[in-house]
Design a protein around this ligand. Structure first.
Ligand code: KIV
Ligand code: ZN
Length: 516
């Protein structure tokens, strides 16, 4: 059979909030998920997999909140092929302007026998039943054959045929364990599309994990063979070695349209801001040499390359940094800039603050920053609003003041004053460095007993007056939280990040890992 003509639109299904959240320590609060979902909408993703409703009431609530907020993307919940899961997903997506249920069951012999303890006939029956039940809530139902990579092709065809007849509109073929190689994965997609009856009535999708470092290559091979939906995550975040990275898939099809024959509707200028936001919220840094979003992705070190780029950019560049949202530390505002200029620049950056109060709070922080830092860049503004979003008027602990003493040959010392629910408390401590001393002083007052899992500092722009953005990850009795802080003084940024994490630990919101 000749290959059928495929539509030229590639559907981008982002699963940062579901598979991405399965990365250790990446569990997010509802508010953090909403912030990421809004950014994904701005980025132009077609489908946002907002979570796994049956996993926990917190996850269901976050999906419901996202479904009630997002208007431009479809909001989806994952559900195993069981009544309880499908109904939980259906209820969670109810407020969505456009909602999808993504139901799945494993189809490989090893999963069916050892994990599900089900016969193949029972698996087909469960898949069909789940799809039919999901259709009671929405006509946009996706079915995934988990561990498709190790499933028998004949059986996969049988399951997919059955779920198409049951009414599924999107069929997802996952490489759950990251085992495939591109030629094999492309061939699997080609054969499925060729053999499954009515395959042209549905969208074929792929979902690849990165255990052998081939998630993006495998996904693209599937696209070359007819897949028109790719499931991916920002920065390739995800279970174990991660998922296929959204930015690489999007830029590959855009840059090599000659090869892939399709394109997405992603606003690529929102890629870097999305990457930053996800990295900042999850505490997962982006490696400098990461394609598209790594700090070095567009910098030329070799003299020969620099010379070439200066003479003609395309000698060494296949994409333009500004097209993926690198703003080259563009100087935007200064100390004398007014509220209107501030609001306008935020709008130009695609940042919409919810209320006048949020704008006023961000503007006050901007003025504070402009007093310390002569030049304010777009990146500073982005950090400023995302840090603002972390601050909650109801936070129990607030930093009042911090004094550190660090001198050659002396043990660093910190004096910290906190507001604990409005009461000022203070403590002194020594430590291995000023950050350590500050954290010890804070812990002396709070007595959380939490262990520090991660401490990372990134400079937001270049130069020694740049703001440092700090992420702190704490674990208390299995509850893991991330805190962020930014300041031109990295000790203060660190203390803010530590307090932000503590406020989450002491806050009302339960943040257990959704899939525990
Ligand atoms: O990796 C996987 O198989 C999944 C499915 C639930 C699609 O995440
Ligand atoms: Zn997965």
């Amino acid at each position: 059979m000749p290959p059928r003509t495929q539509p030229d639109r590639l559907i981008i299904f982002d699963t940062t909030l579901r598979d991405g959240e399965q990365s250790p320590g990446a569990a997010m609060t509802k508010d953090e998920k909403i912030r990421i979902a809004r950014q994904l909408e701005r980025l132009g993703v077609d489908v946002i997999e907002a979570g796994f409703a049956a996993a926990s009431p917190g996850d269901a609530e976050a999906i419901r909140a996202i479904a009630g907020t997002i208007t431009q993307s479809t909001v989806c919940s994952l559900a195993r092929a069981s009544e309880r899961d499908v109904r939980a997903a259906g209820e969670a997506i109810r407020p969505a302007a456009s909602g999808r249920i993504h139901t799945f069951i494993a189809t490989s012999p090893i999963h069916m026998e050892k994990k599900l303890r089900m016969q193949p006939d029972q698996v087909v029956e469960a898949a069909v039943k789940a799809v039919k039940m999901a259709l009671e809530y929405t006509d946009d139902v996706e079915f995934s054959a988990e561990d498709a990579v190790r499933s028998e092709l004949d059986f996969l065809c049988r399951v997919f045929d059955a779920v198409i007849q049951a009414g599924a509109k999107t069929l997802n073929v996952p490489d759950t364990v990251g085992y495939s190689v591109p030629a094999q994965w492309g061939e699997r997609m080609r054969q499925l599309i060729e053999r499954v009856p009515n395959s042209d009535k549905v969208v074929w999708s792929t979902h690849c994990h990165n255990d052998l470092g081939m998630a993006v290559a495998n996904s693209l091979a599937a696209v070359m063979n007819g897949a028109r939906q790719v499931e991916c995550t920002i920065n390739g975040l995800g279970e174990r070695a991660g998922n296929a990275s959204l930015e690489e898939i999007v830029m590959a099809v855009k840059t090599r349209r000659d090869v892939f024959g399709c394109d997405s509707r992603i606003d690529t200028t929102q890629i870097v801001p999305s990457s930053r936001l996800v990295s900042q919220i999850t505490g997962y840094p982006v490696q400098p040499n990461k394609a598209i979003v790594g700090a070095n992705a567009f910098s030329h070190e070799s003299g020969i390359h620099q010379d070439g780029v200066l003479k003609h950019r395309e000698t060494y560049e296949i994409m333009r940094a500004e097209d993926v949202g690198w703003s080259h530390n563009k100087l935007t505002l200064g100390k004398l800039s007014g509220r209107n200029a501030f609001r306008t620049r935020l709008q130009e950056l695609g940042i919409v603050l919810d209320s006048e109060e949020a704008l006023n709070a961000a503007f006050a922080r901007f003025k504070e920053l402009a007093d310390k830092k002569r030049e304010i860049f777009d990146e500073d503004l982005q950090a400023l609003v995302s840090v603002d979003a972390n601050l909650d008027a109801c936070d129990r602990f607030k930093l009042v003041s911090l004094k550190v003493c660090s001198e050659t040959g002396e043990t660093p010392h910190a004096h910290v004053v906190l507001s604990d629910g409005g009461n000022e408390i203070r403590a002194d401590e020594f430590g291995g460095g000023p950050v350590d001393a500050s954290f010890r002083a804070i812990e002396k007052m709070v007595g959380s007993g939490a262990t520090l899992l991660l401490y990372s500092v990134n400079n937001i722009t270049t130069g020694t007056d740049a703001q440092g953005e700090v992420t702190v990850r704490l674990n208390r009795e299995g509850r893991i939280v991330n805190g962020q802080g930014a300041d031109t003084d990295i000790v203060i940024a660190s203390a803010k990040a530590y307090l932000n994490a503590l406020n989450k630990l002491y806050g009302a919101e339960e943040r257990a890992h959704p899939q525990v």
